[in-house]
Write a protein that binds this ligand. Structure first.
Ligand SMILES: Cc1cc2nc3c(=O)[nH]c(=O)nc-3n(C[C@H](O)[C@H](O)[C@H](O)COP(=O)(O)OP(=O)(O)OC[C@H]3O[C@@H](n4cnc5c(N)ncnc54)[C@H](O)[C@@H]3O)c2cc1C
Length: 1004
């Protein structure tokens, strides 16, 4: 706030506010009650806070006494170990001792339900309306919201929408009878003389289960369809509708929905939207929205909040390496709020303002700014959340008169999610309410101009700035390439643009690349778009045994010089290739959309992973490239170091056509080997991109040779060659085992035992425990099973569901599947596209038929019949471990669903195949998660998330048993498989004296 006088008035008003409520406490912080004690204990003890809030989260799923007792023990320990707030509370209530668990269950159940009731105005419409009427009698207006966070199907979205319609029908019968809240004149039928009595808020993403910025237009249209119905009903009551703001991911979709709704009903002024001051974007979004309203001559309403998802936004951004979308200093959010509130108040002629905050500084600032700008009362109001900050709301009622409570109502299950958010909000160190009412912070500091606080904290942060970490060889430390961010309009626009550009280049002929030269052959094979096989992506020259022989010879010739190139110099070629791939990232992704039918995000992720491999292995090699001393005996130097093996044959799959190909290739190359690369026949154009990347990086001739060809013609020749010392293969188990078998044979002239780095298939299972969060489990299973048509070796092909939640899980999974569409991958509306080729299509269909005989179809989607290689999304129930579709790898969108009696059986079934690649568990039982860590024997186990999408360096990837030979791509030990270790020992003692080395184990 750059107006000192105004700021002084704000502080004075704040002080007065504090003095009028002095001695009062919000009920949340009342230590006389159990809830207050829990809050108090949570603020003192972070571990308890996490356990308690996690327990509250799982609580609605604990539907039997045993589940509840087990979870209480798992979360809080035995009675003797329990924190006093639980054990003492229960003891006081006479519930421990001889009665034990059952009574404790009752104690906790009663108290948690009561805690939820604190924030929820009712569990059903009738109760909610009754309580809201009571609030009105106390002078508070309401805005009512139906709880319902994760909508997973169209059915659930309809239920959510219909609850609103029914609520509005019920309100219609009542609201006219309500006495309007008093105001200073105006319309006698309206609250405060100007405001509708009925005011509802909706969570827009609950109105469409597939809301996703990747399909921006589809999401907007689908949400709008249901919002419109609610809006029309609201209009019948002359009510007010506010569209709530959710996570950043959906922000632009929500703004667009609001704008379109406004334009459909331009003369209806009672539609509002929420903007979040904690978002950096809001400084741009707000003026844009105001300018838009002016230009369209419509009146809008904005509820300004700071924002409810701060932790999630920061964590998500960090995980994906995106710019953090929120302010990171609390006072920056407060300052943004005041800045933006001022802007809205200045536009009060076109924009009504709802100030939603519990912060006395923020509220005082709004009051003073409104006064200074002479904003009429009917153009702004105050809002707080039901159940919070009672003294603040009473204070506002006294001073401003116009206060509205945000009243969520509905079931306990979504209610718990809401409760946890509120508990987190109130116990956060930065919370104004915590600081004011639980910690009695200095009023002066609480009322300080946030701009000044922010400046001070920015300066402190700059002073404490950590030195930037350095990676090997002076490079930056490794970081994963940022994932595509479809919240960005430029990322959304890039795909259609690049796909159109790539289309202009289709049909070219691609030569081989041997010894730094392009080589054309008469034999060619076209590569086609699986979604539209009539579209030729490229025509690929095919290597025969002659060309493969030439490539091996070139690699062999190049080897000595490449081997003797310093590891740090070899690494530089990878770094350069990574830079080229980064520059071409959207174009390379577009090729994948067309040549192998990846969805936009899947294609981009593949290119990111390819870049990651280049960057990661470059650094790994620099580290490994320095000989290490082993042993510290004086007078002796032992150096351990690595040498490459020679010529490496890299045989790559089509499913990660750039990532896995470049992963294996770059590992071999940076380790000092020379490569003969055979891409998959159906993704050879993408394979050729590796030629382009390495050419631009300036890799010496012969180090990388590209030889696509028919496996039947040149595959064995390559594997059998006595000059090949290493084979890196990723693909099916059958081919992998065949390679291992053939490679065991030693041919005349062969110098090395062939080393095989081999990643094969999987039959990956996800276990759904009886306490799993189905809101999370269902979309993650769907994605793991059907993302990229289930054609990932990590994909989930079995879901093992505990009996207690089987029916509910299956019902929600199938309903969500029903909402998805199958069609060309280049259209982001399609969840699934065509599979790789006609052969895959046939095999998958055969397996689906086998599955139908072994079990029963739970869901089979429709597919386009336009000649693309489509197979339906298929979910089959009633599958037992002995069934073929529970044992054999299908590599397509067929998911087997199995019903297990308990967690032990689920683990046993999960381990019951010959594969051990990935696995997943959705559970909120700490004991079961521990058990899974120990007993669920797979290479990559994922707890409470999808089981695909391993990241280089973070989830080194690879399995054992028949899934592979135990190597981990993207892990610290991967490069070791491409080299031979050597040790050189030197006796440094001559004539009785030895130089002293720094790390000698010398006589003390
Ligand atoms: C009527 C009403 C409706 C609401 N509707 C929505 C909605 O649609 N969407 C939504 O997201 N929220 C909504 N909220 C919730 C709201 O976002 C939080 O209640 C609000 O952020 C708390 O702010 P405060 O001013 O009351 O408290 P304060 O204690 O002053 O501020 C807390 C807020 O500061 C921000 N913050 C915390 N730590 C940091 C940090 N390190 N750096 C930067 N910022 C930080 C966070 O936004 C946090 O919630 C609504 C609230 C009300 C009262």
């Amino acid at each position: 706030m750059n107006n000192t006088e105004l700021n002084n008035r704000v502080i004075a008003r704040g002080k007065e506010f504090f003095s009028t409520i002095s001695g009062e406490k919000p009920s949340l912080f009342n230590k006389g009650a159990w809830m207050g004690k829990v809050m108090d204990w949570s603020m003192q003890n972070e571990t308890f806070k996490i356990q308690m809030f996690r327990f509250v989260d799982v609580f609605p799923s604990l539907t039997t006494g045993k589940l509840l007792t087990d979870h209480i023990r798992e979360y809080f320990g035995e009675e003797k170990d329990m924190p006093p707030v639980l054990s003492t509370g229960a003891k006081v209530a006479g519930m421990l001792g001889s009665f034990g668990g059952a009574m404790l269950n009752k104690f906790l159940t009663t108290n948690i339900q009561e805690m939820a009731r604190q924030f929820i105005v009712g569990e059903n419409t009738k109760e909610a309306i009754k309580n809201m009427e009571r609030l009105r009698k106390d002078g508070f207006a309401f805005v009512v919201d139906v709880l319902g966070e994760a909508t997973l199907s169209e059915k659930e979205a309809d239920i959510y929408m219909n609850t609103y319609l029914e609520l509005l029908d019920s309100l219609k019968k009542e609201y006219k009878e309500w006495k309007p809240l008093p105001g200073k004149g105006g319309d006698a039928n309206l609250d405060w003389g100007h405001a509708p009595k009925v005011n509802v808020a909706v969570k827009p993403t609950a109105l469409f289960c597939l809301a996703n910025p990747q399909d921006f237009e589809g999401s907007v249209v689908a949400i709008l369809e249901r919002v419109r119905k609610i809006a029309k009903k609201v209009m019948e009551l002359d009510g007010f509708l506010c569209i709530d703001m959710e996570s950043y991911r959906h922000k632009d979709i929500i703004i667009e929905v609001y704008k379109r709704l406004k334009l459909e009903f331009p003369n209806y002024d009672q539609f509002g939207i929420v903007l979040q001051a904690y978002l950096v974007d809001t400084d741009k979004d707000l003026p844009e929205l105001l300018a838009w309203a002016r230009q369209k001559s419509v009146k809008i309403s904005i509820r300004l909040v700071k924002g409810a998802y701060w932790d999630m936004e920061t964590v998500k951004a960090k995980q994906n390496d995106w710019a953090i979308p929120v302010w990171t200093i609390k006072a920056e959010s407060d300052a943004a709020y005041e800045r933006q509130a001022k802007m809205i108040l200045e536009s009060s002629d076109i924009c009504h303002f709802a100030c939603a905050s519990h912060n006395i500084r923020t509220i005082s600032a709004v009051m003073e700014m409104a006064k200074e700008l002479n904003v009429p009362d009917e153009r702004y109001e105050f809002q707080v959340l039901y159940g919070m900050a009672e003294p603040v709301r009473r204070g506002i009622l006294k001073v401003a008169g116009r206060i509205r409570l945000y009243c969520p109502y509905g079931d306990m299950v979504p209610g718990m999610g809401y409760l946890v958010r509120r508990l987190l909000e109130n116990t956060a160190n930065e919370s104004f309410l915590r600081q004011s009412f639980a910690e009695d912070a200095q009023i002066e500091r609480l009322l300080e101009d946030p701009e000044i606080t922010a400046q001070r904290e920015r300066a402190a942060r700059a002073a404490a700035k950590k030195q930037e970490a350095k990676g090997p060889g002076g490079l930056k430390p490794f970081y994963n390439e940022a994932m595509v961010d479809f919240t960005r309009a430029d990322h959304r626009a890039a795909f259609p643009k690049e796909i159109a550009e790539v289309r202009k280049q289709l049909g070219k002929t691609y030569p081989l690349f041997i010894n730094g030269k392009e080589v054309k052959t008469a034999d060619t094979i076209p590569s086609v778009n699986p979604n539209k096989p009539s579209e030729t992506i490229g025509v690929i020259c095919q290597a025969g045994t002659k060309e493969v022989g030439d490539a091996i010879a070139a690699a062999k010739k190049a080897f000595p010089a490449w081997r003797d190139t310093e590891p740090k110099d070899r690494a530089q070629y990878l770094i350069k290739a990574a830079a080229v791939a980064r520059r071409r990232i959207f174009e390379l992704s577009a090729w994948q959309v067309l040549e192998i039918g990846k969805q936009w995000d899947q294609a981009y992720a593949d290119v990111c992973e390819a870049i990651d491999f280049l960057e990661y292995y470059a650094r790994e090699m620099i580290t490994l490239g320095t000989p290490k001393r082993v042993g510290n005996a004086p007078g002796e130097l032992n150096h351990y170091f690595y040498e490459p093996k020679g010529v490496a044959a890299v045989i790559a799959p089509w499913n990660f056509p750039l990532a896995i190909s470049l992963g294996m290739t770059s590992a071999a190359i940076v380790a000092g080997n020379c490569v003969v690369f055979k891409p998959s026949g159906i993704t050879s154009v993408i394979g050729y991109h590796i030629v382009e990347l390495f050419r631009e990086a300036g890799l010496p001739e012969g180090v990388f040779n590209y030889t696509p060809g028919r496996g039947s013609v040149m595959g064995d020749f390559l594997v059998d060659s006595p000059d090949v010392s290493l084979i890196a293969f990723t693909g099916s188990m059958e081919v992998g085992l065949r390679i291992i078998d053939r490679a065991a044979k030693v041919y005349p002239g062969q110098e090395n035992v062939k080393k095989i780095v081999c990643e094969m298939g999987g039959k990956n299972a996800i276990i759904i425990d009886d306490d799993a969060d189905l809101d999370e489990a269902v979309p993650h299973v769907l994605y793991s099973a059907f993302g990229f048509q289930g054609q990932k070796c990590s994909a989930c092909s079995r879901v093992i569901v505990l009996d207690a939640v089987y029916d509910k899980f299956v019902e929600r999974l199938v309903s969500m599947a029903q909402a998805t569409l199958v069609g060309p991958s280049e259209d982001p509306a399609h969840y699934m596209g065509a599979v790789a080729d006609d052969k895959a299509m046939k095999t998958i269909k055969e397996y689906a038929e086998i599955g139908k005989k072994e079990g029963h179809v739970l869901y089979e989607s429709k597919v386009p019949s336009d000649g693309g290689y489509y197979v339906p999304m298929t979910i089959i129930g009633g599958i037992k471990p002995e069934h073929r579709i529970a044992q054999e790898e299908i590599f397509g969108p067929v998911l087997a669903v199995m019903r297990a009696k308990d967690f032990d059986q689920a683990i046993e079934w999960a381990n019951s195949t010959k594969f051990a690649l990935t696995g997943g568990v959705f559970s909120r039982s700490p004991e079961h998660l521990t058990q899974a860590r120990r007993q669920f024997r797979v290479g990559n186990l994922y707890l409470n998330r999808n089981n695909t999408g391993a990241l280089v360096g973070r989830q080194p990837f690879g399995g054992s048993k028949m899934s592979g030979v135990g190597t981990k791509a993207g892990g610290h030990d991967y490069l070791l498989h491409f080299m031979d270790p050597r040790v050189v020992t030197e006796n440094t003692m001559r004539r009785g004296f030895a130089p002293v080395e720094e790390d000698d184990d010398w006589v003390a």
